[in-house]
Design a protein around this ligand. Structure first.
Ligand code: HEM
Length: 460
């Protein structure tokens, strides 16, 4: 048998046919992908969905090649990126020049050191937002976990991006608009071959959301431009580009595209990640008890400040494990720019390659009991020697997430602010993943917040 024939047979054996893949992909796409990856034991597989035949890439060696070693051969295009581009434009979330220039401007604003300069103010914003839950807690009124996490994260992120240039009311128009965009993209996410000349469910809501975002953002950009401000918010930094060194300034559209991209990347992802935390804690009382003990000991009645962060070690382990099981960026596809080979499969130019940390983080070959929530996996030293790309909630290579340091300041501040005031009770699950742009529970996460006796405002 010739090598080509052997390769052909191999390709065929690694193809999951439409009749096997489609029913479960329609029912529960997120877990169906993960299950296909688990059955293939990390081998590259092709999903034959008729008009759409993407490759699922889960093995850490292969993920590393796509995201890092051969990243120029795999571009952010096609599925997911094309529909999203109608919201984010040409920006740091794209490729080529818009990505390069966006990344160059934004990177210095998200370093550990830079984030430390705004952490104090962020902690105050978070404490203020969380204290507004007292009223619901005192009245014994359950709150919607996703809504509340979005409200809190939104206020914190808006501070980082816009400084004081935007009112709370304007800021609160952004979150629901972006949320509508993230969920109404669903049809196009799952049917990427559908031409844009054909209206599909969700299109109208998506475009309306884009208009709302533009109505809020453009006037703020114009105002920031004339002010020539030196503030440390992202919008001021984008307006300063080219001003001091005589280079080319960004136009309003370029500023808008980068701002809206970072807003989306920063707010949805963090809010959805934190929404998953509460049902998980409820289902794992031993983890919850350890977390409560740490926050009681380190933060007490609060308010939480950035000085507490180095002591919140277990909180950090919980967040890492949370991002293993529920990585908000559950899928970030690539399109092969040229014909290549990966794991013995020939990937033809123009094919879609699916990278899914949700699926990779569930491989038995790299994780013991991968479906169990167990923060001890991230105890000091526990991951020594592990493959760098067996765990990649923030991606990797040149497109690696810019917001990792921000996440590890913002998220523990929010968790500590909530748990220094309340003990949450959540209705028993199951909570199943819904495949929006950021992974979220399909079901509402209703939370009863029981006030702690030491918390300000709690009944004596
Ligand atoms: C739970 C929190 C977050 C998760 C799980 C997450 C995940 C990711 C992932 C997987 C990528 C890589 C995308 C790719 O390779 O195509 C990415 C890129 C990016 N993220 Fe995040 N992210 C989070 C929070 C943030 C925050 C807080 C920011 C705020 C600055 C941010 C800004 C970005 C940007 C600008 C990129 C594009 C980087 C580039 O292409 O050069 N993210 N993120």
């Amino acid at each position: 048998m010739s090598i080509d024939a052997t390769a052909g047979a191999f390709q065929r054996s690694r193809t999951v046919p439409v009749h096997r893949a489609l029913p479960s992909l329609v029912r529960d796409p997120v877990n169906a992908l993960a299950e296909i990856g688990r059955r293939a034991k990390g081998e590259v597989v092709r999903l034959d969905l008729g008009l759409f035949r993407p490759y699922l890439v889960t093995h850490p060696d292969h993920v590393q090649r796509v995201l890092r070693a051969e990243w120029t051969a795999y571009r952010r295009d096609g599925m997911f990126w094309r529909p999203l581009r109608r919201m984010i434009g040409a920006s740091v979330l794209g490729e080529d020049e818009p990505w390069e220039s966006g990344r160059k401007v934004l990177q210095p604003l998200f370093t550990r050191r830079y984030i430390a300069t705004i952490a104090g103010e962020m902690a105050k914003v978070i404490t203020d937002c969380v204290s507004r839950l007292d009223e619901h807690a005192q009245a014994g009124r359950p709150v919607d976990g996703m809504e509340e996490m979005s409200r809190i994260v939104n206020r914190a992120v808006i501070r980082v991006l816009f400084g004081g240039r935007i009112t709370v009311e304007e800021g609160e128009r952004l979150a629901p608009a972006y949320d509508t965009a993230a969920t109404s993209i669903n049809f196009r996410l799952l049917m990427p071959f559908m031409p844009y000349s054909v209206r599909v469910p969700g299109d109208r809501a998506f475009m309306k959301a884009v208009k709302t975002v533009d109505d809020v953002v453009f006037p703020v950009i114009r105002e920031a431009r004339v002010e020539h401000g030196e503030s440390n918010d992202v919008i001021s930094a984008l307006c300063r580009v080219g001003r001091e060194d005589g280079g080319t300034e960004l136009d309003d559209r370029q500023i808008r595209d980068n701002l809206v991209s970072v807003y989306g990347a920063a707010s949805e992802s963090t809010a959805m990640t934190l929404t998953w935390l509460w049902p998980l804690l409820d289902a794992h009382p031993n983890v919850a008890a350890k977390l409560y003990e740490e926050i009681d000991r380190v933060v007490g009645a609060g308010p939480v400040t950035p000085e507490h962060l180095p002591e919140l070690r277990y909180t950090n382990m919980v967040l890492q494990e949370l991002l293993r099981l529920y990585p908000a960026g559950w899928i970030f596809p690539r399109m092969a720019a040229r014909t290549t080979e990966l794991g013995g499969m020939r990937i033809k130019a123009g094919s879609q390659v699916l990278i899914s940390p949700y699926a990779s983080h569930r491989l038995d070959e790299f994780w013991e009991r991968p479906l169990e929530f167990d923060p001890e996996r991230f105890a000091p030293g526990a991951r020594d020697g592990a493959h760098r790309y067996s765990y990649f909630p923030f991606g990797g290579g040149p497109h690696q997430c810019l917001g990792k340091h921000l996440f590890y300041v913002e998220a523990p501040l929010i968790v500590a602010a909530v748990l220094s005031r309340f003990r949450p009770e959540v209705a028993a699950g199951p909570y199943t993943p819904f495949p929006a742009a950021s992974l979220r529970p399909r079901e509402k996460v209703m939370m009863n917040l029981v006030p702690l006796r030491h918390a300000p405002g709690a009944a004596a």
